[in-house]
Each structure stands twice: as C-alpha cells, then as structure tokens.
Design a protein around this ligand. Structure first.
Ligand SMILES: Cc1cc2nc3c(=O)[nH]c(=O)nc-3n(C[C@H](O)[C@H](O)[C@H](O)COP(=O)(O)OP(=O)(O)OC[C@H]3O[C@@H](n4cnc5c(N)ncnc54)[C@H](O)[C@@H]3O)c2cc1C
Length: 464
C-alpha cells in the first residue's frame, strides 16, 4: 500500500482531518487540486462560530455545539483570533415569533446553555439602533467569529510538520474499490491505500456510483459593507427571522465592515437583496457595498456519510452553512472511526504547535522594535490598509505549506484584504512572491492556473 489513509480535498475539513490523524502512527497523504490549501471562501475572512440553535437535526446541533467548544481551545493553542460576539435572533411579527419560540424550545431540549428569551425593551438596551419592531428575541452568549483561513492553515501546517504528505496541484479523477483497499487515480498518479476520506464535492467517482444523494440546495447571498461604524449595529451578531425568506444575518467584522448574509430558497437579484437589507437596517449608501456574492449551500442533517466504512470509505457530504463551526467535531469523529478501523497508536513525537509567526498590526511598539532589530523586513510596510510588512509576506511564503499565489499570501497575512482591495500593494506583493520563488512576475497567479496578475511585459522597458 502507498498510504494507510488518503484524504481527498484540502479545504478546512480535509486539513482538520489531516491534523487529527497526524497524531497517530499512520502513513497519510492529502490530495488537493489547487495550488494551495483552504482555497475556497476567498470572499470574507470571518465566519460565525455558531452554537447549534439553528440546526435542523440533533446530530448537526451536536456537531456545532461540540465544534464551538473545540474552536475556543484551538484558537488559543494555534494563536488564532477568536472574537466573542453575542448572538441575537429576532422575530418581528406573530408568525416569526412562533418560529422563534419553537427554535428556543428545541435548543433547550438539545441542552444548549447560556441562552434566553428577551422582549423588545431588553433588546433595545443591547442594540439601541435596531430598525425593526421586535416581538421577541433569543439571546445567546455562546457565539463568536473566527477567520476560517487561520484555522484551516493552522491545521494544515501542523499536519504537514507531523508528516502528512500534501500533494498540491493534483486532481483526483477516480476512486476505485479493490479487493484490499482502494486505487485513487489522479491526473498525475495512481495510489493504493487502505482508507479514503473524501471531502471533495464531486460524486461521480466509481465508488460513489451506488451511493449518490439528492439534496435540496438553498441560496446564500453575501453583501460586504464598508464603513459600518457610520451605519447601525456594530456589536453583536444579529439574525432576523423573515417570514418569506430564511434568515438575514448581520455580522460585524473587523475594519468597520459588516457581512450581511441572506438565505433564500431561490436565487435572488442584487437589487432585491439590497431591498431586503434596507428593510432591516434602514438607509445604506450603495457606494459602501464592497462586494456581493452568491453561493449555494445545504440545510441538511447528513454531514458524515460512513455507510461504506466496512470498505474503508468515508465521505463528508454537502456544504453546510455552519460547516466551519462543525469542522473540529467532524475531524474528531472521522479520526476516531479511522483509528478504530486501522488499529493504530498515538505518536510519541507529535508536535501540537504551529511555528511562530508575527502579526505586525497586533503588536506593541516595543515588540515591533524588537522584531525589526532581528529582521529589517518587519519594518517595511507593504499593505497600508492592513498594516502588513514585508517580513510577514516573506514568512508566509517560506513557512511549511507556504503561499504560492497572491490569494495564499492574502489569506496568511491579510495583505490586499483592505479597503483598497490591493490597488496600492498588489504589485509589491507580486514582486516579493516572484523574488522568493524565483519566478517571473508574469508567472505569478492570483489563485489558480491562468489567473495571472500580469499578462505580459511592456515591450519598451527592460524590467517590470
Ligand atoms: C462565502 C461563504 C461564507 C461562509 N460563511 C460561513 C460562516 O460564516 N460560518 C460557517 O460555519 N461556514 C460558512 N461557510 C461554509 C464553509 O465555509 C464551507 O462549508 C467550508 O469552507 C467547506 O469546507 P470543505 O473543506 O468541506 O470544502 P471545500 O473548502 O470546498 O474543500 C474541498 C476541497 O477539495 C478540492 N477538490 C475538489 N475537487 C477535487 C478533486 N477532484 N481532486 C482534488 N481536490 C479537489 C477543492 O479544491 C477544495 O479545496 C461559508 C461558505 C461560503 C462559500
């Protein structure tokens, strides 16, 4: 066998499973078709860490509740910023009040603690600028926000340091069940392994032929809004129960920005989305809307499919809206299943630590001076919006599983994530990447093949 376990897909779920399994005496590889791990969800750098209140099934609620607790532990272990934000779920008419009270009863029966019901007066004390009539609200103190990239990249780096073989730029074409284990066919290789954990969204591999599922897709519409300090709501995560739509989530994130997520059964237009937002948060200047993005998700209860575990195949199905919160719990459960099947033991030399890194914008001046004395590159700001230095960019490239694309640098350091969207620093960041990986500027890509930042040299000049 080439490997004991092959993990397919290097998103947050694949990386988290790689991390959990790297604690054991197993020969593991992870196959990812892109240049980098955690390549999805490039739109925002904040995810809600939920507590299971809004889950359809008990299993999903348990995964969220468990994941919520693990994320808090991991954020201090991995040095990831977890911002505690309370959560208000608001009903504004009789119909939605009934739905809200149902949610609350369900949450209590599932053992979710630190939640309560508030009336309009209590809500206004917490959020005085609220624009809708409040009938009742659920108040949860269990929630927060976290950067999904930081979590995914931390998982990946530690797994890499503990021996997981990351095969990037390699696409899985088929998974075939054979007498003993599997053949995993990629565009470059054919591997044999005892167990496969498939986190890719594809379901047309040979192994899946008898195992296809049909789920109903819903839509999620994201608006990223700038300069929200001049607008309303800047304290808690607020969700509105809408009688015709699913939910509208207002998520304050860093840099006075807010993400507004509208879940709908059908695809909606940008204008209709804006109309909904205005209904809930009042006037909003259109030039403060930084981005609009639509995606599909499943509001489903089956997340881990181990119906073929007797063969050695586990599949993480569907993209759930709260998957980031569930991820640490999914990883632990899948890991337990694999360990029980392969009868392996914990490694004695597992290092449960991410290599040191510096975030200039979060450091005191004293600490900044100390690090600049050691490495002058930390004294040179490249991205002014996010205060990212050359030292951080170089480190993000030289680290284990280092960045090879502009998006990779952006996710690891925050460079080009600011209000100017890289218009002032993209050129400098590309230049550093080209220098560090010894490539031509024209070879530097945004995130995938053919996404080159520069198309060609300007003929008249000798250098770019
Ligand atoms: C805009 C947006 C905002 C979100 N916000 C939140 C939030 O606030 N809170 C929350 O909890 N969740 C949120 N989610 C959901 C969550 O981010 C996603 O569900 C999560 O990233 C999915 O992770 P994953 O590892 O399962 O899948 P993916 O990230 O899709 O990973 C699958 C990986 O497999 C790779 N792959 C695919 N096919 C192949 C192949 N054939 N061979 C090799 N590799 C392959 C892909 O390149 C990818 O890297 C959000 C999602 C989106 C899109």
């Amino acid at each position: 066998m080439d490997y004991d376990v092959l993990i397919l897909g290097g998103g947050i779920v694949g990386c988290s499973i790689a991390y959990e399994l790297s604690k054991y005496s197993l020969n593991i590889a992870l196959i990812e078709k892109d240049y980098d791990i955690a390549n999805d969800v490039a739109f925002i750098n904040s995810s809600i860490v939920s507590d299971g209140i809004n889950c359809k099934s008990i299993f999903a609620a348990r995964l969220e509740y468990m994941g919520n607790n693990i994320i808090r532990e991991l954020s201090s272990k991995f040095n990831i910023n977890f911002q505690k934000k309370d959560h208000l779920i608001i009903s504004d008419d009789d119909q939605s009040e009934k739905r809200l009270l149902n949610l609350y009863e369900k949450a209590l029966s599932r053992g979710i603690k630190n939640i309560g019901i508030l009336n309009e007066r209590d809500v206004l004390k917490i959020e005085p600028d609220i624009n809708v009539k409040v009938k009742k609200a659920i108040y949860s103190k269990n929630t927060g926000i976290i950067s999904p990239y930081d979590l995914a990249i931390s998982y990946g780096e530690i797994a890499f340091d503990n021996g997981v073989n990351f095969k990037l730029e390699e696409e899985v074409m088929d998974i075939q069940s054979v007498t003993k284990g599997f053949n995993v066919v990629t565009n470059k290789n054919k591997f044999t392994c005892s167990m496969v954990i498939n986190t890719t969204p594809k379901d047309n591999y040979s192994i899946d032929c008898t195992n296809k599922r049909q789920s109903k897709k819903n839509y999620i519409n994201y608006f990223l809004i700038d300069n929200i300090s001049n607008e309303k709501y800047n304290h808690n995560v607020i969700s509105m129960l809408d009688k015709s739509l699913g939910m509208i989530h207002l998520i304050p994130i860093q840099n006075n920005q807010m993400v507004i997520e509208i879940t709908t059964n059908d695809k909606i237009s940008y204008d209709y989305g804006l109309e909904i937002i205005r209904k809930y948060i009042g006037k909003i200047r259109e030039n403060n809307i930084n981005e609009f993005y639509q995606s599909t998700y499943y509001y489903d209860d089956v997340i881990i499919d181990n119906s073929l575990i007797d063969k050695g195949y586990v599949k993480i199905i569907e993209k759930h809206l709260d998957q980031i919160t569930m991820t640490p719990a999914i990883a632990k459960i899948v890991c337990e299943t694999i360990v029980n099947n392969l009868k392996c033991v914990l490694k004695k030399d597992f290092v449960d630590r991410r290599r040191e890194f510096y975030r200039f914008r979060d450091m005191s001046n004293d600490d900044r001076n100390k690090i600049i004395k050691v490495n002058k590159k930390y004294g040179k700001i490249i991205c002014y919006c996010e205060e990212v230095t050359e030292g951080e960019i170089v480190d993000s490239i030289r680290r284990p599983l280092g960045a090879r694309t502009i998006e990779g640098i952006k996710r690891r350091t925050g460079a080009t994530f600011g209000n100017c969207r890289g218009s002032r620093c993209l050129y400098k960041v590309s230049n550093i990447l080209a220098r560090e990986i010894n490539a031509n500027m024209t070879d530097i890509v945004k995130n995938c093949k053919n996404s080159n930042i520069l198309i060609s040299r300007v003929k008249e000049f000798d250098s770019i």
